[in-house]
Design a protein around this ligand. Sequence first.
Ligand code: NAI
Ligand code: 15L
Length: 284
Amino acid sequence: MSVSPPPPGPRTILLTGAAGGLGTLMRELLPEHGYELRLLDVRPIPDAPDAIVADLNDTEALREAVRGVDGVLHLAGISLESTFDKILESNIKGTYHLYEAVRAEGESRADGVAPRIVFASSNHAVGFTPRPRTEDGAPLVPVETLRRPDTYYGLSKSFGEDLAQFYWDKFGQETVSVRIGSCFKEPTDVRMMSVWMSPADGARLFHAALSAENVGHTVVYGSSANTRLWWDLTSARALGYEPQDDSEEYAENLLAEFGPLSDENPAHLYMGGRFINDPPIWPY
Ligand code: NAI
Ligand code: 15L
């Protein structure tokens, strides 16, 4: 198994979406892997006055934000179901503008190499895939499975993966697209036991994605080594990712509170869970 070398001294990474839940967790955890973070979000970050406060559609601010960075961890965007118009602005146009800023940065460099992007895709790009019955011996779902978005939100992540593939094929710009499951401190329902990625494993995976060699455009699932895992982590492990955590330690309490997944509940039939029925709930 190939293990990624540690970065050679601190590497500067642009962290978009730094004010959000995952951004806040990664601000704590990524420095332990040797990164210096440049922060960006449309919302100010009270404990980080140096953070760049800018919308992803502010092309000049983005161009400045990527100047000199070694990589970008792109977390910014609407993270729940919303209206198509809002998703279009933040997730589709916003991600396009980031790719254009990174492309311009590569063109300005002596070696012509653009910094790599690690893109926060989502399991909701494949959310309408039936839940694999792994308890009955069904195989884990591969990354090559047909994309089946469960929301306009998931559709935007599907677009992001295509954008990443296009920028690799057309411009040689590298991306690792991470189809994140549920990255929170603890799993909070029974579905999450299959898709949970502990924050520490999240930092391990993002580090592997930022530091592995020759990734081209690689798609991986973002999950811990869960006993109830639904996804094939082969492509993530090939980057050097070695998950350490397992949601099973929460199983007894969660099953006592919610009971097992049920075929009577539509939200339990598909990998995307409740998102298959969610109305627009993004609050801004
Ligand atoms: P979050 O909603 O807590 O944070 C997203 C951040 O992006 C917010 O701080 C928001 O202000 C910022 N943002 C939104 N639109 C922006 C724009 N146009 N310009 C600049 N900043 C903007 O979401 P969370 O949970 O931190 O997720 C981070 C990323 O990871 C999102 O892209 C989400 O879709 C993705 N993801 C997260 C998962 C999770 O379990 N937390 C699961 C799957 C994907
Ligand atoms: C996501 O894509 C969301 O951003 C996050 O808030 C969680 O709901 C996660 O998926 C999930 O599927 O649990």
